[in-house]
Design a protein around this ligand. Structure first.
Ligand SMILES: C=CC1=C(C)c2cc3[nH]c(cc4nc(cc5[nH]c(cc1n2)c(C)c5CCC(=O)O)C(CCC(=O)O)=C4C)c(C)c3C=C
Ligand SMILES: [Fe+2]
Length: 454
């Protein structure tokens, strides 16, 4: 992570810096062409990709066999000069639409590269400046997601030239403090009430909260950085960076077949998530069309937690002990009650005189069944920001949880985890934020228009 306001401070013991897992990348990030903002894309490269059409064929490059991580995740074979020209990659051509019922970057399968950034409105900036900023940011996000260069002043940096849109998504949110600073108190959703304190919190206020939030995801690191930089520059004098965190996930094509991602503890992470394609699950993730406040229709609330993993401690545990902490097998993510990864955990099952999934196992304590149905869509990214003075990696999870109501999602579950999760001994919650993420913009709209023009 970088922290604009306190670069020097970062050199202290903490080495400040941000996650993910979730649904499998290989399942299609690369194979996704155009898709709706809330659904995975089809295979075909997006029509009209204009920044740079990804036609890098073997013939063009003169380097036959440069098969870069194709969609389905198959490892590149040893191609020969006689092979027919092959598109260098479908990875770059993946395009996610900016417009839609929901903003992109929520139901979109998590990409390999991410930036999370929070901004505060500058002193003296109010609703007018915020409105102009959201207009600028939306204009640029739409262009970049379509593979076009930024066109606002200052001019495009060129960092993403030659690359396709690479499934870039840019998602915007509003923090609680935004409403006071813009005089929009009456529009403040009750759901943005501050998160309660949890006993295991060790939060750094400087890396928490913020008036505005941007989540950027892309299958290419340069495309992701390009978007971050373009949006930061366009903040101009209206807003300044409060904190920024960089995250990553497995690259599409790294596994031979689509698989759920792993986190930096080595666990299969993201198995039991609500499915945005299922209507009943969608209700848990998104505010309904007739929801309140009306400007949040189709929106969602994002809880962001930077959770450092105590990896030196974790890595010393035996495999059996690690599996007991989570309640799942490390090799394939199967529940300890038996079956394979997607078998429903049997919380009652006993083996050898005790429950197969321990009373304090993470999946028991966090399961909707033990939390009155509370659920959230976890869409995290891993982070690694170097090493601390004691030699331990400054690494963990940028935990991003999406829900229609944080009280019925994150808060309920975290209260329970705080009291009795075996995983707590191996993690530290270091930063926290909650953002209202409005629904997706319709054609011709900018993000947040229904809030800012009420
Ligand atoms: C408050 C919510 C949660 C926090 C914070 C959290 C942190 C956290 N989790 C893992 C690793 C895994 N979590 C898994 C499942 C899981 N976790 C939560 C919630 C929080 N996790 C839920 C609701 C669930 C699903 C429970 C269920 O219904 O089965 C798993 C198992 C695989 C999976 O389903 O994804 C792992 C592994 C880490 C490492 C972590 C903090 C660093
Ligand atoms: Fe978890």
């Amino acid at each position: 992570m970088t922290h604009q306001a306190s670069d020097d401070k970062d050199k202290d013991t903490k080495r400040k810096s941000g996650q993910r897992n979730g649904q499998e990348q290989g399942r299609g990030a690369a194979s996704r062409g155009t898709r709706t903002a809330d659904a995975p894309a089809a295979d075909a490269p997006a029509a009209g990709v204009s920044r740079r059409r990804l036609l890098g064929t073997a013939a063009v490059t003169g380097a036959a066999g440069l098969a870069l991580g194709g969609a389905g995740g198959a490892y590149a074979g040893a191609a020969t000069r006689d092979d027919p020209p092959t598109a260098l990659s479908t990875l770059g051509s993946g395009q996610v639409p900016f417009h839609g019922v929901h903003q992109a970057g929520i139901a979109t399968p998590a990409q390999a590269h991410a930036h999370l950034a929070a901004f505060d409105l500058a002193a003296g900036a109010g609703r007018k400046e915020a409105t102009a900023l959201l207009r600028r940011w939306s204009h640029t996000a739409r262009r970049l997601m379509a593979g076009e260069p930024a066109e606002g002043a200052p001019r495009d940096t060129g960092v993403a030239l030659d690359a396709g849109p690479s499934s870039l998504t840019v998602t915007f949110g509003f923090g609680r403090t935004f409403f006071g600073r813009t005089g929009l108190h009456k529009q403040l959703p009750a759901e943005l009430a501050p998160l309660p304190d949890f006993s295991s919190d060790a939060l750094d206020k400087e890396r928490s909260d913020g008036d505005l939030w941007i989540q950027i995801g892309a299958q290419d690191a340069l495309v992701a950085f390009h978007a971050l930089r373009a949006l930061q520059r366009e903040a101009w004098k209206a807003a300044t960076l409060r904190w920024q965190m960089t995250g990553f996930n497995r690259s599409p094509g790294a596994t031979a077949r689509p698989m759920t991602a792993r986190n930096l503890m080595g666990q299969v992470d993201g198995t039991n998530n609500p499915d945005p394609a299922v209507a009943a699950d969608r209700k848990k993730i998104f505010v309904p069309e007739n929801g309140s406040p009306s400007w949040m229709a189709g929106g969602s609330y994002a809880v962001v937690r930077r959770i450092r993993m105590l990896l030196d401690k974790w890595d010393k545990e035996s495999l059996a002990a690690q599996e007991k902490v989570i309640g799942r097998r490390k090799s394939d993510g199967a529940p300890l009650s038996g079956g394979s990864e997607h078998t429903k955990p049997d919380l009652e099952k006993r083996s050898g005189g005790s429950v197969a999934i321990a009373a304090d196992a993470h999946i028991r304590v966090s399961a909707p069944e033990t939390n009155g149905g509370a659920a959230m869509l976890r869409r995290p990214f891993s982070y690694h920001d170097g090493f601390r003075e004691d030699g331990a990696p400054d690494a963990g999870l940028l935990f991003v949880a999406w829900q229609a109501d944080p009280l019925r999602g994150f808060v309920t579950v975290q209260r329970k985890l705080d009291r009795g999760d075996a995983l707590s001994a191996f993690i530290r919650h270091e930063a926290s934020a909650l953002f209202a993420v409005p629904g997706g913009p319709r054609e011709g709209e900018y993000v947040g228009q229904r809030l800012l023009e009420t």
